[in-house]
Write a protein that binds this ligand. Structure first.
Ligand code: SF4
Length: 383
């Protein structure tokens, strides 16, 4: 297992990412004209100081003015300029998940949202190329829904602990042990697992879809997130292990939050609104005011007026909330997802300039056909 991950990282380096990083540099010309030169495997392009200033101003106006980007703003502006030009030249769009860094979401994202929104948005695009700034299962979903388009993932390290926790043969074994029970699968899974499933759900629609499925079924197999399954079972008044058969998957980000910290913050911030993602363990969910997916959490913030919000999820969500609602107060109780953060402006640019075979996300047609049926069922039941 470990060897496999190391080999993937090596592949990633060899496919151009590190070459790009070492070849990106600032240079000052004697004429006083500052140029940022971006050199990749096959192409060298330069952008002028005035173009960088304009792009920097555009990014600032969009809200990219946190301390985190100070000192890097010209570098970021040069990259977003080049990426946006290449998108037009190649008729490409960028899907950006809300856990990505703000420079990706604000600077280059065409579609921004949670897994459900991005899957839905990708269906309507007229672009030839989709670059998915998120993790691999999301890019696979886009590839399944758009078989005639090229879908790329900018980093081979953009996996997901939930997706990697369950394989197609595990699902077949569950089905054999519980004949007749429909398999309801969280979208954070591989194409092969989706192909073995009856219906896909996201955190935004799992409760609604499960309610409808339970209308005709007593027992349901829910995979792979054991915490989300237990949280949903509680909301739906179902018994885990009896009415709802669960798998043992967890999210490496959400499984580690500590409910004691929530209690401490509540003491110090009267009126604090605490929101947590449905992938958190039940002791966290029992301690919060609202559980949902990221889209639901953002709407909750928008529609309420708490003196402060504690957001229990990946850090990118808090960064985006601060930018979207500058007049509201946010406390970060967050963890970084190593898979989401493997995507950078540098490897997005490299992917658009010189896409490697490894980053092209393909799904065998028979697997894609079966998985598409389960995903389309989600869109139907969530409507
Ligand atoms: S935050 Fe968790 S569920 Fe989302 S991609 Fe990272 S590991 Fe997977």
């Amino acid at each position: 297992m470990r060897r496999g991950k190391d080999a993937k990282r090596k592949e990633n380096r060899n496919s151009g990412d590190s070459h790009f990083q070492t070849a990106t540099h600032l240079s000052c010309y004697a004429s006083g004209l500052l140029r940022i030169q971006l050199t990749t495997n096959f192409m060298t392009t330069s952008v002028t100081e005035s173009e960088i200033n304009q792009e920097s101003a555009r990014l600032m106006a969009l809200g990219l003015h946190s301390k985190c980007v100070e000192g890097r703003r010209d570098h970021i502006a040069a990259l977003t300029l080049k990426i946006n030009r290449l998108k037009k030249e190649k008729n490409a769009v960028i899907c950006a998940h809300v856990y990505q860094v703000p420079e990706i979401i604000l600077g280059i994202g065409d579609f921004v949202g949670d897994s459900y929104k991005l899957a839905d948005d990708s269906r309507g695009t007229a672009a030839d190329i989709i670059v998915f700034c998120g993790v691999r299962f999301m890019a696979e979903t886009a590839a399944i829904l758009n078989p005639s388009k090229k879908v790329y993932i900018p980093s081979l390290d953009a996996g997901c602990s939930l997706s990697e926790s369950v394989k197609a043969e595990d699902v077949r074994a569950l089905k054999a042990a519980h004949p007749g029970a429909p398999v309801v699968t969280y979208i954070n899974t591989s194409a092969e697992v989706k192909a073995e499933s009856d219906c896909i759900v996201t955190s935004a629609n799992a409760e609604k879809i499960l309610r409808r499925i339970y209308e005709k079924n007593k027992e349901v197999i829910f995979i792979p997130d054991k915490f989300m399954g237990a949280n949903l079972a509680k909301v739906l008044a179902k018994k885990p292990g009896e009415d709802m058969i669960l798998w043992n998957g967890t999210c490496v980000v959400h499984e580690h939050f500590d409910a004691r910290v929530i209690a401490l913050y509540r003491k110090n911030y009267p009126g604090l609104a605490v929101l947590a993602h449905a992938e958190c363990p039940s002791d966290i969910i029992n301690a919060v005011d609202y559980m949902g997916g990221t889209g639901d959490m953002m709407r909750y913030v928008e529609n309420t007026n708490a003196p402060a919000y504690l957001l229990v999820t990946e850090c990118g969500f808090g960064e985006l909330a601060r930018i979207k609602f500058p007049d509201k107060n946010f406390i970060a109780m967050c963890r970084l997802c190593p898979y989401m953060k493997a995507v950078t402006l540098e490897n997005v640019l490299q992917t658009l300039e010189n896409p490697s075979k490894e980053k092209l996300v393909t799904v065998p047609p028979d697997t894609a056909d079966k998985a598409r049926v389960a995903i389309e069922k989600m869109f139907k039941l969530a409507a």
